[in-house]
Design a protein around this ligand. Structure first.
Ligand code: PLP
Length: 398
């Protein structure tokens, strides 16, 4: 069996699983004042410190959430509401076209329900944000912009965006910026304070928020975080006991938080070695696919690319047919695109990059991670020619 879908979720690291089970024995609520509560609180605060060190932010800037989707919702809805509350005319959101659905669906919801005006930024054929168009949009509409958001690295095609350049533009135009770093952490060096400083962020503008998700880097699932700068102005989505600066009320999940902190420490410790290893495996996978199926076409940026991402379109194939055939042979990959009510949808990312519907429905993403072995890749290479041949015979309309 070969698991090659780490971008969807990567296996829990043994040390992170251990941290989780150890913490399950704690009885206290981290908000309680007695010694049991304080023991749980200490675990959470230690985790906050570790994470702040790894991410280059202050411990108080870390807001624990249930995962990437919640962090993104908190950032986008929270920044938007704080902006229009101060000035109803500051209601525009700048958003690139190839974002994750957690972002797309949230900004579309804000458009439909709260009067947000969306300023879409196109991406080019490699999935790169059009920075010229972004600068023009900021020039034209800057003073009416509530927030800007961007994916640091595209989760489908692996293209890495010029985050510093975009953050500098946001700072220059005094616009708050949120970065979705869910697929970036562990693959791109991240230092929140340094990026803020280098790009001229001041107070509540420039880079102010960043989302991460634990299950993408080896913690137990169901936990994530938002780095919310201590200067950021955002409204909470969840009201209650006032935990975490009042930005995310609710009893803290000490075992999951502890697991995420250990996963982050392990990821950080092995970063250089893992990047080297994964880049080699990624390049091997790309050249092997090109050799086995010469018609297949690599998507995304070949150079500025996540070390764990391989995404190809297979002309004449439907991606879900390929996925099912590979699955039947024991190889788990992804189409990268959404499947709603059992009907495969073309990838909105590939459509935004200029692919037609057929092309955007013929992609397979292979994503690697900390547990990936060469043997798993060999299994995939052995299965691919037959799966491709059968998917091609089944055609693009099946
Ligand atoms: N953003 C990106 C880039 C992702 O890849 C994902 C997960 O697929 C998310 C956000 C959502 O994160 P979560 O699954 O933790 O809600």
């Amino acid at each position: 069996m070969a698991y090659l879908d780490h971008a969807a979720s990567t296996p829990v690291r043994p040390e992170a699983a251990q941290a989780f089970t150890d913490a399950l024995h704690l009885a206290g609520n981290p908000s309680s004042v007695h010694r049991h509560g304080q023991a749980a609180r200490a675990l959470v605060e230690d985790a906050r410190e570790y994470l702040a060190t790894v991410l280059g932010c202050e411990p108080i800037e870390i807001i624990f959430t249930s995962g990437g989707t919640e962090s993104i919702n908190l950032a986008l809805v929270g920044l938007f509401r704080a902006s229009v509350e101060k000035d109803a005319k500051r209601n525009r959101i700048i958003v690139p076209e190839a974002e994750h659905h957690a972002t797309l669906d949230t900004v579309l919801w804000l458009q439909e329900h709260e009067g947000a005006v969306l300023e879409w930024i196109p991406v080019d054929s490699l999935g790169r944000i059009d920075v010229t168009e972004l600068a023009e949009t900021l020039e034209r509409a800057g003073s009416a912009v509530a927030l800007m958001t961007m994916l640091w690295a595209n989760n489908e095609v692996g293209t890495i965006q010029p985050a510093a350049e975009v953050a500098a533009l946001a700072a220059q135009h005094k616009v708050p910026l949120h970065i979705d770093a869910v697929s970036a952490f562990g693959h791109i060096p991240i230092n929140f304070a340094q990026l803020r400083e280098e790009t001229g962020a001041e107070g509540a503008t420039g880079l102010v928020a960043m989302s991460l998700s634990g299950h993408k880097f080896g913690s137990v699932p169901g936990v994530g975080l938002l780095i919310a700068s201590r200067h950021a102005q955002l409204e909470p989505l969840i009201h209650g006991g006032g935990q975490q600066r009042g930005l995310r009320s609710g009893t803290l999940d000490a075992p999951a938080i502890s697991s995420m902190a250990i996963a982050a420490l392990m990821t950080d410790k092995g970063f250089a070695e893992q990047t080297r290893r994964l880049s080699t495996l990624r390049d091997l996978t790309i050249s092997k696919i090109q050799e086995l199926v010469p018609e297949a076409v690599l998507s995304g940026d070949r150079v500025n690319r996540l070390d764990n991402n391989v995404n190809f379109t297979f002309p004449g194939c439907q991606s879900d047919s390929l996925l099912f055939l590979l699955d039947a042979m024991g190889v788990s990959v992804s189409t990268g695109s959404a499947c709603q009510a059992g009907v495969a949808q073309p990838s909105h990312v590939l459509l935004a990059m200029g692919y037609d519907e057929k092309g955007a429905s013929s992609a397979i993403r292979v994503s690697l991670g900390h547990s990936t072995t060469e043997e798993e890749l060999e299994e995939f290479f052995a299965a691919l020619p037959e799966a491709y041949e059968r998917a091609r015979r089944a055609g693009t309309t099946s």
